[in-house]
Design a protein around this ligand. Sequence first.
Ligand SMILES: [Fe+2]
Ligand SMILES: [Fe+2]
Length: 519
Amino acid sequence: MTANPDEGATTATAGRGKLSGAGAGRGELSGAGADQGEIVGAAPAPDGPVSVIDYNERIPNNVGLATDRKLQRALQAWQPKFLDWWASLGPSIPTRDVYLRTAIAVGRDGWANFARVPMQQYRWGIFLSERNPDRTVGFGRHLGEPAWQQVPGECRADLRRLIVVQGDTEPASVEQQRHLGMTAPSLYDMRNLFQVNVEEGRHLWAMVYLLHAYFGRDGRDEAEQLLQRNSGDADKPRILGAFNEQTTDWLSFFMFTYFTDRDGKYQLGTLKESGFDPLARTCEFMLREEAHHMFVGTTGVQRIVERTAALLAAHGTDDLWDLGGIPLAVIQKYLNFQFSVSLDLFGSETSSNVASYFTAGLKGRWMETRRKDDHLLADATMQIPVVAGDTITTRTVPMLTALNLDLRAEYVADCERGIRRWNRELEQTGLPHRLTLPHEGFNRKVGAFAGHWVSPSGELLAAADWDRQAAGWLPTPEDRAGVAALMQPHYEPGEFASWIAPPGVGINDLPVEYDYVRF
Ligand SMILES: [Fe+2]
Ligand SMILES: [Fe+2]
């Protein structure tokens, strides 16, 4: 994977299909009036090793499920519970069909096709990246040993926990976003929301497969729990705080896919390095799907900023509510909120758990195999932030204990790229305004800054000072009401809400005006 594969428009058009006139065959859009016929996006011919997914199975898979009757029966018993969950907590707006991408192979290229599908008939399945028979553990005390095909007994509880926490976030985001279809700014955006939703559902399948296949009875129990906990449920909430907040509007949704889904990308990146090979291969393939989720967030915010910048330049005021736009100051506040709650997902700067996960070979660093060090880190140190008295300073700690911060630093650098991209919209409009990432200590509930009052620019304040200024930094109820008032549905093909610019290109080379969702 390249350092940042998700930011290009090519992600959405990955199929490279070409539009052509009537009578075009499979893999191409057949003319303007083609909405009755089969429309399948072109998937280029695979150019790497692939294992084709068996779609004749009730559960599509490339893990040879048909040869393991016991596992197959267990997963087939879980399947109707998943479908019930999707029906009751998945997207709430009824639709006829949606132009969706479905994985068909796990090779480097040509891995998906695009077609109109009724969402409840989406083929959720189990897809692992190709096995590399020569793969070895890339870090920790088992460095260089063959990667494990079974769970090492002493790591069982830790691995199960890592898989359950990851698995819990996948259906949680679907639950958080379930009503957004009701207020979609366009059919294009609604389709992207649903694409993210069905793939998060598939990521749940990915984790449930591991639990069923490798963790026996405990794993099956955990798989049940993954459907019983629900986002925001008072009795059985999702495991992580950020996944119990409701995503009430599309500005939140785009910020969520940019900042919070990106945390998911980095967590998957560490599990992709795992010595437990089935987990590594699962996460590698999930990351491929995740790239589209990043794209939705990056371009979603960018298109909002584009519209805001145009209105700001034309009218000379950021008071854009009556003009149908979202004020830049409100975009900045949503950004501040989502970034700060997403940083909390990385945990404390120091953690003895993360050190033992690394040493045991369970969870590596971002791009572990590309790092030029000994992959043991026994003597390495790292500086971590600390609040001492009334200043923010640093302290040197063993690097092994600071790997959460190591990952968070990679994440923050990635987030900066989005900010630069969004600011180009402001620059190009000739505006002096800029969006910024708040200081890492701002609005934190976890780690070194929890319990301290840090401004977005990094000043340590007294609680009362911070409170007095908070309405300028975080969305107020009035800001949220202003955004909510703009959230009116736009369901005519090619129509877009006033607060967001249309995208430059459609999905899979289809026109922006295409009816990506039908009712
Ligand atoms: Fe996911
Ligand atoms: Fe995602």
